[in-house]
Design a protein around this ligand. Structure first.
Ligand SMILES: Nc1ccnc(=O)[nH]1
Length: 416
């Protein structure tokens, strides 16, 4: 049973000196006050032991329908996105409702144990039976006590390039998907790609849904669907409700084009999700040396005032055989891949797995402030730098005033 607490005490907060007490009433933060000194915790208080406390982690992009299926029925040997899609099509044909529920819930429990309380999952709807979608709509209710789950209707094999793709996307939204997805770079032609973006935006607008598109996950510098998505978002005044995931091709665009592109992006306020572990693995596969790394222009987007979050994308599935549910690992890899180990970036890095993910998900009741839902994690380390150095899992995760996760610090000693 999760224990209810009335405060988290002896907490450090990012960018502020001293220790803090976060008081909780009726599942919300009621006051955040500086303590005069280190205090002893009462029974109804959680002692952060002078560690950093941050808002609960947000996983903005994961494929739960495919989670934990790596090697079934065969391994992706080439490491390309395209072989992954082929392997998945074979595994998809064997899906059952119980199979999806069991793997999705196992994964979400692992995520929760790592301090993740918000998850956006893409679910492949290029399946005439919509088995995975229906199962995940039930999972969304079953896990609500420990995670808020958003479901993206994701047309893995295309909206216009898969027989009945558009109808299946409509059906998925009608059944209750929260977010409309797309994959324009995988459509048969550029024209199909452009049309797919218009069609998915129409659908989202008509049903008042968010949008999250797999956009330009390819090393082809000619793949320019991001500008189409951004222009559509701008003309519909939809920018903050639209997420562009991957945008790998942006790391192959030339700077002159990017300069024009960024002018549009800044006007839209589009949200971005980069998947650094996965795209380091999948991209550059058709290059000799020097080999591109395929991760989008993260620091440039941040400097332009756009919100970028990092996500895991996969956990042991046809696209990526690794993954352990710890977003600090994704963050560490992403900061390396994106040349973001300058101290100014490190100090603000946690926003990539907290606030910016919340912005992508459109969360309004999020963060460490009075009145917000009392959802936070106790990290291992006093500063973001310490936390990144250690990459240790969270010591605690509090949700609506309940302690959902507790972990003892790893304090192995060398007996020498
Ligand atoms: N990285 C990806 C995983 C699954 N599907 C995709 O299209 N891409």
């Amino acid at each position: 049973m999760a224990m209810k607490v009335d405060a988290v005490i002896n907490a450090r907060l990012q960018g502020r000196a001293g220790l803090y007490r976060l008081a909780i009433e009726a599942g919300r933060f009621s006051a955040i006050t500086e303590q005069a000194e280190l205090a002893a915790a009462a029974d109804n208080e959680l002692d952060a032991r002078e560690n950093l406390v941050s808002p609960a982690f947000v996983e903005p992009h994961i494929h739960l329908d495919a989670a934990l299926t790596a090697g079934e029925p065969r391994w992706n040997q080439s490491g390309t996105l395209f072989e992954g899609i082929e392997c998945w099509a074979e595994r998809k044909a064997q899906l059952s409702r119980e199979d999806v529920i069991q793997r999705a819930e196992r994964t979400l429990r692992l995520f929760a144990a790592n301090g993740i309380q918000y998850v956006r999952t893409h679910v492949d709807v290029t399946d005439p039976s919509l088995t995975a979608l229906k199962a995940l709509l039930d999972v969304r209710e079953r896990v609500a006590a420990f995670v808020d789950l958003q479901i993206v209707a994701f047309p893995q094999e295309g909206i216009l390039s898969f027989d009945g793709g558009l109808e299946l996307l409509h059906e998925a939204v009608r059944l209750g998907a929260d977010v409309v997805g797309g994959i324009p770079h995988f459509e048969f032609t550029r024209d199909y790609g452009v049309e797919s973006v218009r069609k998915l935006m129409d659908l989202a607008e008509r049903h008042d849904r968010l949008v999250d598109v797999h956009c330009d996950e390819i090393d082809d510098p000619q793949s320019r669907f991001l500008e189409v998505l951004a222009a559509e978002a701008l003309s519909r005044d939809y920018g903050a409700r639209v997420t562009a995931s991957h945008t790998c091709a942006m790391s192959s665009y030339n700077d002159a084009y990017c300069s024009r592109l960024f002018r549009l992006l800044k006007k839209t306020g589009l949200r971005f999700v980069a998947l650094p572990t996965e795209n380091l693995h999948l991209q550059g596969r058709f290059d000799g040396y020097p080999k591109r790394r395929g991760v989008t222009r993260v620091p440039e987007l941040l400097d332009a005032g756009l919100r970028v979050a990092f996500g895991q994308d996969s956990i042991q599935d046809p696209w990526y055989p690794m993954g352990n549910g710890n977003l600090l690992r994704t963050l560490d890899v992403g900061l390396h891949a994106c040349h973001m180990l300058g101290m100014n970036r490190i100090e603000t890095a946690l926003e990539l797995i907290t606030d910016n993910g919340a912005a992508a998900l459109g969360l309004t009741d999020y963060g460490l402030q009075e009145g917000a839902l009392a959802r936070c994690v106790v990290l291992q380390g006093a500063t973001p730098y310490d936390v990144l150095l250690g990459q240790k899992p969270v010591l605690a995760s509090v949700r609506d005033g309940k302690v959902m996760v507790r972990r003892e610090p790893d304090n192995a000693e060398l007996m020498q």
